[in-house]
Design a protein around this ligand. Structure first.
Ligand code: THU
Length: 127
C-alpha cells in the first residue's frame, strides 16, 4: 500500500470524529506489519481529559485484531496541514514500532510529509 492510500483512509475516517468541544476532527490509519490497515478517529468527552486521539483509537483497533507491529500511521485533520501526533500518542506508537521502524505520514502543502517515530520521539521510554 502506498502512503497516499493511507492518507485517504485517514481522511475518510476523520468524518466520523466526535469532536463537539474542540471542533477539531482527526482521522488516523495505521499500516500493520501484516499489511492490514486499521482506522480510528478522535472521540471527545464532556470531561475533556478523557478524550481519545485518532492515533490511539486506530492503534487500539489494530491491537484488538491481533497486531503487535506497526509499520506506518497516516494522520489527517481538515483543520490543519501536517497534523503531527501529540506526545502521548508518540509514546503509544513507539511501543508498537515494527522492526523496520514506524513512519508517521501527514499531509502538507506540497503533498505528504514522512517522519520516523524516532525523529518525533527521540529517547522515548521503553522497557
Ligand atoms: N487530536 C488527535 O486526535 N490527534 C492529534 O494528533 C492531535 C489532537 C485530537 C484530540 C482532540 O479531540 C482534538 O484533536 C483537539 O486537540
Amino acid at each position: 500500500m502506498n502512503y497516499e492510500e493511507l492518507i485517504k483512509s485517514a481522511e475518510e475516517v476523520s468524518k466520523c470524529a466526535y469532536a463537539p468541544y474542540s471542533k477539531f476532527p482527526v482521522g488516523a490509519c495505521v499500516l500493520a506489519q501484516s499489511g492490514k490497515t486499521y482506522t480510528g478517529c478522535n472521540f471527545e468527552n464532556a470531561s475533556y481529559g478523557l478524550t481519545i486521539c485518532a492515533e490511539r483509537n486506530a492503534v487500539g483497533t489494530a491491537i484488538a485484531n491481533g497486531e503487535r507491529k506497526i509499520r506506518a500511521v497516516a494522520i489527517y485533520s481538515p483543520n490543519m496541514q501536517n497534523c503531527t501526533p501529540c506526545g502521548a500518542c508518540r509514546q503509544v506508537l513507539a511501543e508498537f514500532k515494527s522492526d523496520e521502524g514506524l513512519d508517521v505520514i501527514t499531509l502538507c502543502n506540497d503533498g505528504i510529509r514522512v517522519h520516523t517515530i524516532d525523529e518525533l520521539l527521540p529517547e522515548g521510554f521503553v522497557l
